[in-house]
Design a protein around this ligand. Structure first.
Ligand code: PGA
Length: 254
């Protein structure tokens, strides 16, 4: 397997400038220390500049949490893929469940955002995941594969080859209720299988991160699973000692 582990810290709508500065400089030293894996942070738009300044000249990657589904123009309050690329962001989350469920983003909108990210040279981090009701109704695979298909139809295997995927069961996000390593691995394997049906080169290439209450205490077990290529970390990314322990666990797995 040549897929390098990747850990991304999703700060969500947290932190003031001083926090952003402290978290980003802690993450940049960490990225230097963890040379066997990759580390990135995803601050709110207003903190991107602060984070980019701290990351400058280090291995730390900086990305955004969202982007507009339009190109530049009269869309008050929106931020385009082109703007993100221009300031030096390299990654962008697409279809995070908080946006799908709290802000009503459809599979269509998510596919458009994914397309915009690629067009601007950004790496989209496509989030997939089922709600608790969907899991209990036995629909986990169907939901996750439907979310993947919407993007595959629009951007094809060539588009997915340039992306990172993140499986984040909605019931595990911010709840302290992590999917067990076996539960997560099972979905990751299904997603990787679906990638293989699209193109034989995708399974070896595309990283699938796990997200949902990852913390120092459970990271190593999750990252040891064959199809888990790292983590998308929310709450624990705001606690530098926790985030450091998670990145070190990924680094150990290489
Ligand atoms: P959590 O969030 O680690 O706080 O569960 C993960 C995410 O939403 O990306």
């Amino acid at each position: 397997m040549t897929r390098r582990k990747l850990v991304l810290g999703n700060w969500k709508m947290n932190g003031l400038r001083a926090d952003a500065s402290a978290w980003a400089s802690a993450a940049s030293s960490l990225a230097g220390e963890c040379s066997a894996c990759e580390v990135g942070i995803l601050p709110a738009f207003v903190h991107l500049d602060t984070a980019l300044a701290a990351a400058s000249g280090t291995r730390l990657m900086v990305g955004a949490q969202d982007l507009a589904s339009w190109t530049n123009g009269a869309y008050t309050g929106e931020v385009s893929a082109e703007m993100l690329g221009d300031i030096g962001a390299t990654h962008v989350l697409v279809g995070h469940s908080e946006r799908r469920h709290l802000l009503g983003e459809s599979d269509e909108v998510v596919a458009t955002k994914f397309e915009r990210a690629l067009a601007a040279g950004l790496t989209p981090v496509l989030c997939l995941g089922e709600t608790l009701d969907e899991r209990e109704a036995g629909q986990t695979d169907a939901v996750v594969l439907r979310q993947l298909d919407a993007v595959a139809l629009r951007c094809g295997a060539a588009g997915l080859a340039r992306a990172v995927l993140a499986y984040e069961p909605v019931w595990a996000i911010g709840t302290g209720r992590t999917a067990s390593p076996e539960q997560a691995q099972a979905v990751h394997a299904r997603v990787r299988g679906a990638l293989g049906n699209l193109d034989a080169m995708l399974p070896g290439l595309v990283r699938i991160l796990y997200g949902g209450s990852v913390k120092a205490a459970n990271a190593a077990e999750l990252f040891a699973q064959a199809d888990i290529d790292g983590g998308l970390i929310g709450g624990a990314a705001l606690v530098p000692s926790e985030f450091a322990a998670i990145c070190r666990a990924a680094n150990q797995e290489g």
